[in-house]
Design a protein around this ligand. Structure first.
Ligand SMILES: CC(C)(COP(=O)(O)OP(=O)(O)OC[C@H]1O[C@@H](n2cnc3c(N)ncnc32)[C@H](O)[C@@H]1OP(=O)(O)O)[C@@H](O)C(=O)NCCC(=O)NCCS
Length: 165
């Protein structure tokens, strides 16, 4: 288990580390679920302005072990959506993703989100089902890189814990 993790709000300077984890995690786990060329086109995309904006808003959380970032999650509050959740491959299946997801849900709940939606990579659908997300559909969507990718459209009702001001 990842008992020794520390969590903090991500800073814009963390972006290269986050993107590296995204690409490494997806290359290991999404391979076999997507055509190799489509996967590489998706992964070659640079971070979007929207993603950078979410980092500046403080809506991204990193998990650290010592000084190393080993996973992260991002919530798009405006879209009521879990934008990203990635764990470094050498930390897969040690509870890191579950701990990050719990923090993302807490952040979302504090922001008043009642139903959190997400687009799950096909390889991650079982992870979200194990965390009480409902699979609404599997469809094709057009990624901004130009490829069409299959995804699971999922959602979960959250307990409300609005931050007191
Ligand atoms: C999906 C991901 C975030 C899960 O994080 P993780 O730290 O490996 O997951 P956890 O250890 O917290 O898993 C908890 C439980 O979820 C389920 N689970 C996790 N990964 C799973 C997988 N690949 N397939 C099936 N079930 C899975 C299991 O029930 C697991 O419990 P167990 O290990 O005792 O069986 C991580 O593997 C990852 O980054 N994957 C690649 C990138 C990706 O697809 N991200 C999601 C984009 S939508």
């Amino acid at each position: 288990m990842c008992n020794e993790l520390a969590f903090r709000v991500a800073a814009p300077d963390d972006l290269p580390a986050l993107w590296s984890i995204r690409n490494r995690a997806a290359r290991v786990q999404c391979a076999g679920h997507y055509p190799p060329a489509a996967l590489e086109t998706w992964l070659a995309a640079a971070p979007s302005d929207g993603f950078r904006h979410l980092l500046r808003q403080g809506h991204a959380i990193v998990a650290e072990q010592g000084r190393n970032i080993v996973g992260y999650t991002v919530v798009d509050v405006g879209e009521r959506e879990l934008e990203a959740l990635f764990v470094a491959p050498d930390h897969f299946r040690r509870g890191c993703g579950s701990q990050l997801l719990a923090r993302a849900e807490e952040l979302a709940s504090q922001e008043g989100i009642v139903t959190l939606t997400l687009s799950a990579a096909l390889n991650a659908i079982d992870f979200y089902l194990a965390h009480d997300y409902e699979l609404l559909a599997i469809d094709d969507y057009a990624h901004r890189s130009g490829v069409r990718l299959k995804r699971g459209v999922m959602q979960k009702s959250l307990k409300i814990s609005r931050r007191s001001s």
